[in-house]
Design a protein around this ligand. Structure first.
Ligand SMILES: Cc1ncc(COP(=O)(O)O)c(C=O)c1O
Length: 412
């Protein structure tokens, strides 16, 4: 399939670019820390095609729910990191039994562990602490503080250590992911410093330190993997040996955002009393599902029939999406050649927190193509009414659909 033949709207994953990101991360880790594990963050984009690429790269699955845990199992991941505050009890026990790395997030998981009677397990504790004071204005939760993990300041972390000790379960690691607005290198210095402080204060003998995700990747003028890993080494090596302790990182967006594009086509152009409205066949919900972005990396491919330089310039054109929401507006073009139906608008770097957050709203899931050396293969077909109803027939609605089928049969 050629680019011109792609059904729009669609996502494209550029395989070589994905591989470049993976190689850069691996090299940065190898250059800075002898023992390391990469856990790809499923939540960021759990398209099975992408997950299998991550598995091929030797990455662990980093999952945060019963469904994600089952997805990792289904796709044949033999190495799993189980995080998050809402682990399912059944998968929690399976994870412990199968040797997965389980980072405990709350008291009830200590109860489950105690009740399980399992002792030969790999568990870590997620640490809740005040990183905002170290990096003012940078953390996602700000002065409200994170809601995850065992509080260092309130003594919950120390109590969890005591409980594990009483159970006879050794603590294998600590988990310090903290979401940030800035993705700055300083955040990782702060996390690594905290890991060192905990080791010294509680005399911890750890097999791993997990610093989570939240890195930039593939962005000009932003930190790169080597910048983060160098800073982590500088801090972490003051208390941990790179030969003995495993550094775990859990990247999501830094790997999957850069290689993904969203291709749309201009469907209609009209003039209103206020504006020139250009409606595309894609939607803001596919590139900015949380409606947080104020600008988009994009490019325009003008149709061949009327070349770009043969067009009149329009003072202002408002690019709007396919849904019936008034705010499905993406950006405004000023003093640019007039767009026409059939022109394409391509949005770049849209692989993270997009596909996984796209709602089943008005138009169902767009297809996804994988591109390698100019050849496009379908990584996920378009979900139309057929796929939507098939999905609904699984589970709760199965009884309803069976009855419908019987009724139709009886009428024949
Ligand atoms: C525990 C944990 N690890 C990894 C990630 C991935 O973060 P990112 O996609 O920003 O790299 C997240 C994101 O929220 C997370 O909560």
């Amino acid at each position: 399939m050629k680019w011109e033949d792609l059904q729009t709207p669609c996502y494209i994953i550029h395989k070589k670019e994905l591989e470049r990101g993976i190689a850069l991360l691996k090299q940065a880790l190898a250059d800075n820390w002898k023992r390391s594990i990469v856990g790809y963050s499923f939540k960021t984009n759990a398209l099975p095609w992408a997950l299998l690429e991550m598995k091929k790269a030797g990455f662990y699955a980093e999952v945060v729910s019963e469904d994600e845990y089952e997805l990792a199992e289904r796709l044949g991941f033999s190495h799993i990191i189980y995080n998050g505050p809402i682990k399912g009890r059944a998968s929690f026990l399976r994870a412990l039994q199968s040797g997965a790395i389980v980072n405990l997030d709350a008291e009830r998981e200590l109860d489950w562990l105690e009740e399980s009677g399992l002792r030969d397990v790999t568990v870590g504790l997620r640490v809740n602490f005040d990183l905002e004071t170290v990096c003012p204005g940078e953390t996602s939760a700000g002065t409200e503080g994170s809601r995850f993990g065992f509080s260092y300041e309130k003594g919950a972390f120390a109590r969890a250590l005591t409980r594990l000790d009483q159970m006879g379960v050794p603590l294998s690691g600590i988990h310090l992911h903290v979401g940030s607005k800035t993705r700055s290198v300083a955040i990782y210095r702060g996390l690594a410093q905290m890991a060192c402080r905990l080791k010294k204060e509680y005399d911890l003998e750890l097999a791993y330190v997990d610093l989570g995700g939240g890195y930039f990747g593939g962005m000009d003028n932003k930190p790169k993997f080597p910048d983060y890993m160098k800073a982590i080494r500088e801090e972490l090596s003051t208390a941990f040996s790179p030969e003995k302790v495993t550094l775990i990182v859990e990247p999501g967006t830094s790997l999957i955002t850069p290689p993904v594009e969203y291709v749309t086509e201009v469907a209609d152009c009209k003039e209103t009393y206020a504006n020139n409205i250009v409606t595309i066949d894609g939607s803001r919900i596919d590139v900015d599902p949380l409606h947080r972005k104020s600008s988009y990396f994009h490019s325009i491919v003008y149709g061949h029939d009327t070349p770009e330089d043969a067009r009149r310039k329009a003072k202002k054109q408002v690019i709007c999406g396919l849904t019936c929401m008034e705010d499905d507006r993406l950006f405004t073009l000023e003093n640019a050649p007039e767009l026409m139906p059939g022109d394409r608008i391509v949005f770049h770097k849209v692989g993270g927190y997009t596909m996984c957050l796209t709602p089943l709203f008005i138009r169902y899931f767009p297809p996804v193509y994988a591109e390698e050396d100019g050849v496009y293969t379908c990584a996920r077909g378009h979900w139309g009414a057929r796929e939507y109803t098939m999905g609904s027939m699984i589970g709760g609605d199965a009884v309803y659909w069976e009855e419908q089928k019987k009724k139709e049969h009886a009428q024949k």
